[in-house]
Write a protein that binds this ligand. Structure first.
Ligand SMILES: [Zn+2]
Ligand SMILES: [Zn+2]
Length: 323
């Protein structure tokens, strides 16, 4: 008979969750971000004074700005805060107008857009997220690939999100189905209407051509990249003042606040997705929230889910918490 003594000494497996961070991000990540986001925008800005003399005129700007505003707010107020998250209720004519306005951005038809985005919220930065920049891991190369994938690459590789699972409300809506079917016509309109406007306003072919370039192509591209930056940059870089689900990396990235109409306050958005306002902290300008506020004052929107002070305070990261 022997008394077997259990060896309890050396290898105790680590218990508890692994730390959430591995220290500050490396210079490689920063270089990727600059190359990916800032430099193309600087190039675009630099192109404006160069082109002003001959190729960009006030007529082009006067056409491009309203198109950017209407299509952009159609995405942020319409597709995103209203249709995806139900952060307010709208009269029928406003609902239809927002659906058409967002379609002018050429980011896909509304039902698919909403299905993709609801899936993104259901699986933020974990398996199942259609566009997480963390898909290829946390190494510099993985994150560089991931940023590209989240920004635009996913559009070329995706399997379409199931609309019956993620957007049954829109599939059942006859107005919305009609606008989905009209999407190809809306695409042709949004691409060519600026050229027609430029041609008529200047009564010249050159006016039509420059308006097509600036108010058509450049405006569409700029809005695309701003929207996509919310999926890429705003899941990697910026502040995270609010508690979000485990694994969710949504962040507030202030440089994009104005041009994205408040959508880059993305950390709060993931912490409280149905809130009509994303920029809830002091100084956080949110043009989409202001637009919804105007709609409410005019009586076009109602039951708006404005953020409540105590609810916001409860969601702030507690001092000393590891996130
Ligand atoms: Zn997100
Ligand atoms: Zn959202």
């Amino acid at each position: 008979m022997s008394t077997a003594v259990l060896d309890q000494s050396p290898v105790t497996p680590p218990t508890g969750p692994k730390p959430l961070t591995e220290g500050p991000q490396s210079p490689g990540i920063l270089v990727a971000l600059w190359g990916f986001v800032v430099i193309p925008f600087l190039a675009l800005i630099a192109a404006v004074p160069v082109a002003w003399g001959g190729w960009l005129g006030w007529t082009d700007v006067a056409i491009a700005v309203p198109f950017y505003l209407v299509a952009g707010l159609g995405i942020t107020v319409g597709f995103h805060r209203y249709f995806t998250h139900g952060s307010f209720k709208a009269k029928r004519w406003l609902r239809i107008t927002l659906a058409v306005a967002g379609s002018l951005a050429i980011e896909g038809n509304i039902t698919q857009w909403v299905a993709d985005h609801r899936r993104h919220h259901a699986f933020s930065d974990v398996e199942g997220d259609p566009h997480s920049p963390w898909r290829f891991g946390t190494s510099v190369w993985g994150l560089t690939k991931g940023l590209f994938y989240a920004h635009v690459g996913w559009l070329f590789h995706r399997e379409l999100s199931n609309r019956e699972r993620f957007a049954p409300d829109l599939l059942a809506d006859r107005d919305i189905s009609r606008i989905d079917r009209l999407f190809p016509a809306i695409v042709i309109f949004t691409a060519l209407a600026p050229a027609v406007a430029g041609g008529l306003l200047t009564w010249s072919w050159q006016g039509a051509l420059t308006a097509f370039f600036w108010a058509g192509l450049v405006r569409i591209a700029l809005l695309h990249h701003v929207t996509w930056s919310i999926n890429s940059v705003c899941h990697v870089y910026g502040e995270r003042p609010f508690e979000v689900r485990q694994g969710d990396k949504a962040s507030n990235f202030w440089p994009l606040a104005i041009i994205s109409f408040g959508e880059s306050w993305h950390n709060l958005h993931h912490a409280d997705p149905t809130s009509a306002r994303h920029g809830v902290l002091r100084g956080q300008i949110d043009i989409s929230a202001r637009t919804i506020w105007v709609f409410e004052k005019l009586g076009w929107a109602y039951n708006v889910r404005w953020p409540k002070t105590d609810r916001i305070a409860a969601k702030l990261v507690k001092p000393g918490s590891s996130t």
